[in-house]
Design a protein around this ligand. Structure first.
Ligand code: ATP
Ligand code: MG
Ligand code: MG
Ligand code: MG
Length: 470
């Protein structure tokens, strides 16, 4: 029997409940009291106050299935088998309670006994100096030394500036030769889709004083994260996250709407996968109350939605289609996320309005863009100037990376610096004009400085996001 996504989520949470964990609901995608992050990107992120000791957790063992968004992975979406901008992260956490022994044993027990994966396909990795983890894997679990991979700080040490940090141990699953890159030396840790990372166990045992002096923490923590979609890929033995039951239902709907078949043409497939992924992000973000805008989270929503809309065009879909598609997202996920059903009307309005707005200008924008491309081709240039890219953004609503993506397909780059300059110039003009009308005695521009995360827009947010490992 092959477990479905909804079943696997339940199995995980129940397993850790049986080990004394408190099951908590997924937190919102919008971080609470945390300016370092634009969107929640791991199970651990909303639990930070419990890890730092700022707040007392309701129990020292907690388990969650957390909705996550990683826009930093957007380039991978549709191209690898394992990355989505939206995904669900299963996690078990210990706040000064159990440590490595239990974390490792339970992850193994869950994968091999509860869902029944073949142990011969599983490979752990550890931080190179973590002999404690090595001994647990080797002596207690019984994994042969040559099947345990030691990696350096970059891969297997979780650290976020000053504060709690520590080594981690990841679990990889060998999906077989047909998924390999075929390059010599392709093994655990290779970037291709054969040895897929499914689970990351982080052992926060040190405190970094900010100058790389490490002391052992009195309260040692466990923070783990496993992608639910990736777990489903290996359990269901399918090609990619776009083939697991719930996401396949969505993918099928995209194909039906576009009148295309999956797996017939690579370019078409990328578009199908991009739409399938992005509509999940968009639907969940809207359900958490994020509205499209030109900054911060709203800009992420806007850019994902518009990118999906443009890929819809590439597939030949005419008119609005995204709200209809979000119905399937709601249908397959509403049991675990009741907010989807509750906010249904709002989600549809949000998507319809934004798509309608973009549809009004997209054709014009595309033809202007084609004009630019023709000019460049005629003059033999390979870089579009920033002002033209800004015009597409400002007048036709083309997010910068949408312009970049379209041009990349034609071998043309964008002068990003010039784009930013044009953007700054326009902001300055807007700022000046606003200063004239000061609001109840206060200069209205002060509000722009209140929440830096909210105003950091696209130029900054990948940096903020990419900085978190798990
Ligand atoms: P990868 O190396 O494959 O990009 P990661 O090391 O960035 O993964 P972690 O930060 O360790 O991932 O997150 C914990 C788990 O969350 C991963 O082991 C994986 O199962 C899952 N995961 C991470 N990023 C994604 C994504 N973009 N889409 C789906 N699942 C993901
Ligand atoms: Mg990653
Ligand atoms: Mg990794
Ligand atoms: Mg990892």
């Amino acid at each position: 029997e092959k477990y479905g996504v909804n079943q696997l989520r339940k199995m995980f949470l129940e397993f850790f409940e049986s080990k004394g964990h408190l099951k908590m609901n997924s937190f919102s995608l919008i971080p609470h009291n945390d300016n370092s992050l634009l969107l929640i990107n791991s199970g651990m992120a909303p639990l930070k106050p419990y890890f730092t000791g700022q707040e007392i957790p309701p129990r020292r063992r907690v388990t969650t299935c957390q909705k996550c968004i990683r826009t930093g992975d957007i380039e991978n979406v549709g191209k690898t088998a394992r990355h989505g901008t939206f995904f669900e992260m299963l996690g078990n956490f210990s706040f000064g309670d159990y440590f490595k022994h239990e974390a490792i044993s339970w992850s193994w027990e869950f994968l091999t006994k509860v869902v029944g994966l073949d142990e011969n396909r599983l490979y752990p990795s550890i931080y190179e100096d973590d002999n404690e983890a090595f001994d647990i894997w080797n002596k207690e679990i019984g994994i042969a030394p040559e099947r345990i991979f030691r990696f350096g700080k970059e891969d297997n040490f979780w650290e976020h500036g000053a504060g709690p940090c520590g080594p981690c141990s990841e679990i990889y699953y060998d999906r077989g030769e047909k998924y390999g890159c075929g390059k010599p030396g392709c093994t655990v840790g290779c970037d291709c889709d054969r040895y897929m990372e499914v689970w990351n166990n982080v052992f926060t045992q040190f405190e970094n004083d900010g100058h790389n002096n490490y002391t052992e923490l009195v309260q040692k923590n466990i923070d783990t994260g496993m992608g639910l979609e990736r777990l489903a890929v290996v359990v269901q033995d399918v090609d990619s996250i776009f083939d697991v039951d719930t996401i396949k239902a969505l993918r099928d709907k995209v194909c039906e709407m576009a009148g295309v078949k999956y797996m017939e043409d690579e370019k078409t497939d990328v578009s199908i996968r991009v739409i399938t992924d992005h509509i999940r992000s968009v639907t969940f973000m809207a359900s958490d109350g994020i509205l499209p805008s030109n900054e911060g989270r709203g800009y992420v929503l806007r850019r994902l939605l518009r990118r999906a809309a443009r890929h819809g065009r590439l597939l030949g879909i005419e008119g609005r289609f995204l709200a209809e598609l979000s119905k399937t997202v709601i249908e397959v996920s509403k049991d675990a996320y009741p907010e989807l059903e509750e906010k249904k009307a709002h989600i549809f309005t949000c998507i319809n309005t934004e798509e309608e707005n973009f549809n009004k200008t997209i054709d014009q924008g595309l033809s202007i863009l084609n004009g630019f491309v023709e000019e460049l081709n005629n003059s033999g240039k390979k870089v579009i100037n920033g002002e033209n890219a800004f015009k597409l953004y400002d007048t036709y609503g083309f997010p910068l990376d949408l312009t970049k993506e379209i041009l990349e397909e034609k071998g043309i780059e964008v002068d990003t610096e010039g784009f930013n300059k044009a953007m700054d110039k326009q902001r300055e003009t807007a700022r000046k004009s606003r200063k004239v009308s000061n609001y109840m005695g206060a200069d209205s521009t002060i509000y722009e400085d209140i929440d830096t995360a909210l105003t950091s827009k696209f130029i900054g947010y990948d940096k903020v996001e990419a900085s978190s490992n798990i």
